[in-house]
Design a protein around this ligand. Structure first.
Ligand SMILES: C[S@@+](CC[C@H](N)C(=O)[O-])C[C@H]1O[C@@H](n2cnc3c(N)ncnc32)[C@H](O)[C@@H]1O
Length: 285
């Protein structure tokens, strides 16, 4: 990736979306009242008719698609902690997600760092100061597009113990960037994770499944997200194989691409009537 200009790296227009997803996690019992904002409530109310329409024509609403990714990411993270001995998590673009709050209660040994753009990071710091129980749960300003300096991904990785197995998590982030840009970020993550005895990355990704029966509704969702965040929301890769190959080229190995439907009946994953739209990727270095 070529060096981004200062102007290119200001993506704070996207932060509004975190108020909406933050409200959805709360609405479905995954969060605490402190994570709810007025903007989140308003966005949820404004999208009620859209959700009713989507349930009618596409067999699932936005909540279903969000909960599918959230539950499967949680499952992957918990497996990595319990089965692979991960002791440190860096969740980037954390927004108002309660994952760190929940996991640090469930796994007190965990060092959990969250990162987001300065405005959102400040908001999250303030809310965690009120409700979080542990000093092993921290929030720092981070801009994933910064290649160097104190807000870069590397700077946050440097705050962790280089002797411990480490996981980076992103959710609801990667489709806000064009493929070349986000691949540059993925390559930096892979290279940064190599300093630990084991390094993992878990993310969601909305692929460009042009033959999906609900593709026209996906395109509608692209316009909706684009409208709210005043930018593009491109879909990446046209198959699970293309995802795997791309991640390997970016420096990851053992790339697993999960369809939430694999977990129907096993995890608390709401089911869609049509094929799923999102993939969860778990990769290691
Ligand atoms: C859709 S929200 C997702 C928030 C959270 N992960 C969730 O699932 O609820 C997208 C998040 O990306 C953050 N973001 C946007 N651009 C970013 C960047 N360049 N670096 C780090 N975070 C960024 C926003 O501030 C926002 O919190």
């Amino acid at each position: 990736m070529t060096a981004a200009t200062t102007q290119d790296t200001d993506t704070s227009r996207i932060s509004i979306s975190a108020h909406y997803t933050g409200y959805i996690w709360y609405k479905h019992g995954l969060s605490a009242p402190g994570f709810v904002t007025t903007m989140g409530r308003i966005a949820n109310a404004a999208l009620t008719p859209v959700n009713a329409f989507l349930r009618l024509v596409a067999g699932a609403d936005i909540d279903v698609f969000l909960l599918q990714r959230h539950s499967v990411i949680d499952h992957q993270v918990e497996q990595l902690i319990e089965q692979q001995g991960v002791e440190q998590v860096l969740e980037l673009a954390c927004g108002l997600s309660p994952r760190g709050y929940r996991l640090t209660q469930k796994y007190p040994q965990l060092h959990y760092i969250e990162g987001d753009l300065p405005g959102m990071a400040q908001r999250k710091q303030a809310l965690l100061a009120d409700i979080s129980q542990t000093d092993k749960h921290q929030v720092f300003a981070c801009n994933i597009l910064e290649q160097h300096g104190e807000q870069s991904i590397q700077a946050l990785l440097d705050k962790l113990d280089p002797g411990k197995k480490t996981l980076i998590v992103t959710e609801g982030l990667v489709n806000y960037f064009d493929l070349a840009t986000i691949r540059g970020v993925w390559a930096r993550m892979a290279s940064g994770l190599k300093q630990f005895p084991a390094g993992y990355y878990v993310t969601d990704l909305y692929p460009d499944f042009v033959h999906h029966p609900s593709y026209k509704y996906v395109q509608f969702a692209q316009k909706l997200v684009g409208f709210f965040t005043r930018g593009q929301w491109p879909l990446h890769y046209r198959s699970d194989e293309a995802i795997e190959s791309g991640f390997k080229q970016d420096g990851f190995s053992d790339v697993r691409v999960h369809d939430p439907a694999e977990f129907y009946g096993q995890l608390n994953v709401p089911q869609a009537k049509t094929q799923t739209l999102v993939r969860i990727i778990r990769a290691s270095v």
